[in-house]
Write a protein that binds this ligand. Structure first.
Ligand SMILES: [Fe+2]
Ligand SMILES: [Fe+2]
Length: 472
């Protein structure tokens, strides 16, 4: 006799350090007003859960990125190693927290509509109730005799119970029915449930990728290497001053953002925006501020490309002229190079903007930030946002901000987390400038600003902005 069909179940324990970190964060979260608001008794079960608050996403609300990474990696093992499915980009569609007080249980149900579902145990005292998966091959039970098997192997068991344990993840296909036994311990059982799905396809397909087959494109998107290996012949020399040549009949848009930020926007700045995008977009990008324990290269890629500038350079000359005309200041470039900020998502964005900051330079009287958007039109979303620091109400770098960053590292652009690790509530957005191909944005560097990301747009190609600073 051979077994001809089977149903997969994956049980995996997270490492002890991550388990303890998650436990500490969840314990702190449960004491907050937010948790008290979001976790409510289920209308038909004895469990208390944040499932019914649609806007609550426990992974984001508690900042459980280590758990998210663990779940996504386990899901890849499930689909690719066990089921031999092609790689794809996965995301956690929903995440919620379940609190089982002594005596609480949950009736049989399934998570139809998702791909994979899982339960992670934060607290699991002895006898707090197993998750139980009854044999789903219902047709097999239509003959009474087949309901009487009592063994413990795949052929004879009628259900399988997995005992929760702190740090344990139980993952299964979402259609699979399951229930939770009664919590017979004297303490609470805390679990985090998650549904996974395939990430929605991106709207725009970059030109370089259009030549590859769809299967290869999926593989590239799923692979962790930021760029496919290039043949040596792909490397092409270029003249930077020619690549970044600017139009001579520039039109300045001096309309201040909501009458608060004295910014200048110049559209159609570059003569060859497409070529600039192509050359810059093909260059291998090196990581920026890669701090140990940080999220760069785990949650996203935040990289820098630096290009040397040899005068005369028409881009620098135009910036000089504009600053003289608008701000009446004579400036010079702060460096003999320009930087490209190269950002690409690995996982879903966790905020609408990156860490707000000001570009303060030591030892200069004035500084002006110049940002040139390089993405193609179909790649553009968001742009640059300007902020008010709530604590002081200031739009520009001040003492209150300097003190606050010393106390809370999440407020500073440390390189640990591009998204600011949930420090977003310290900021009020006062205005945004939209990204457009070849658009130049200039503003005095003391103004608080950050990359603006209203959409999850930068999975298949990077967000490319060229930045330089003009100082006096
Ligand atoms: Fe469930
Ligand atoms: Fe900046």
């Amino acid at each position: 006799m051979t077994l001809v069909f089977s149903v997969p179940l994956l049980v995996e324990d997270i490492d002890a350090a991550a388990r303890d970190a998650i436990h500490a964060k969840v314990t702190a979260y449960l004491k907050t007003e937010r948790a008290k608001r979001d976790i409510v008794p289920s209308p038909e079960e004895s469990v208390a859960t944040s499932y019914y608050k649609n806007e609550a996403q426990v992974l984001a609300d508690v900042d459980l990125s280590e758990l998210e990474q663990f779940v996504l990696a386990t899901a890849r093992t499930f689909l690719e190693k066990a089921l031999k499915l092609a790689p794809r980009r996965l995301e956690i569609d929903r995440s919620w927290i379940n609190i089982f007080k002594p005596g609480a249980q949950e009736a049989q149900h399934s998570h139809d509509g998702s791909l994979l579902s899982c339960s992670y145990y934060v607290e699991a005292p002895k006898d707090c109730g197993c998750i139980v998966l009854p044999d789903p091959i219902g047709a097999r039970r239509s003959y009474r005799e087949f309901t009487k098997t009592v063994g413990s192997d795949a052929l004879t068991r009628r259900e399988i119970a997995v005992e929760p344990q702190p740090g344990r993840l139980v993952m299964f296909e979402s259609w699979l029915p399951h229930y939770v036994q009664c919590n017979k311990s004297a303490q609470v059982r805390i679990s985090i449930a998650m549904n996974l799905r395939e990430a929605p396809a991106q709207v725009a397909m970059p030109r370089a990728r259009a030549e590859t087959t769809p299967a290869a494109a999926v593989e590239q998107a799923a692979a962790s290497a930021p760029l496919p290996l290039a043949k040596s012949a792909d490397a092409k020399p270029f003249l930077l001053n020619e690549l970044l040549d600017v139009h001579t009949d520039l039109k300045l848009d001096l309309e201040a953002i909501r009458d608060t930020i004295p910014a200048v926007v110049v559209d159609d700045f570059l003569k060859h925006p497409e070529e600039a995008r192509d050359v810059v977009g093909r260059a291998p990008a090196a990581n920026w501020k890669h701090e140990k324990g940080g999220k760069n290269f785990v949650d996203y890629y935040d990289c820098r490309l630096r290009f040397p500038i040899r005068p005369p350079n028409s881009m620098i000359a135009a910036a000089q002229q504009i600053i003289r005309h608008v701000y009446s200041v004579d400036t010079r470039p702060s460096d003999a190079s320009v930087d490209v900020n190269w950002f690409r998502q690995i996982h879903e964005k966790r905020a609408d903007f990156a860490v707000p900051h000001s570009d303060m330079t030591e030892g200069v009287r004035r500084s002006f930030t110049c940002i040139l958007y390089l993405n193609r039109r179909e790649e553009c979303s968001g742009g640059t946002a300007f902020f008010r620091f709530r604590k002081s109400g200031s739009l520009v770098f001040d003492e209150a901000y300097a003190r606050a960053t010393a106390e809370d590292s999440r407020l500073a652009e440390t390189g640990l987390d591009y998204w600011g690790g949930g420090a977003g509530q310290s900021w009020e957005t006062v205005g945004t400038v939209d990204m457009l191909p070849g658009r130049l944005l200039m503003f005095p560097s003391e103004y608080f600003h950050a990359a603006h990301h209203p959409q999850n747009s930068f999975y298949d190609f990077p967000r490319l902005t060229l930045a330089f600073w003009m100082v006096a």
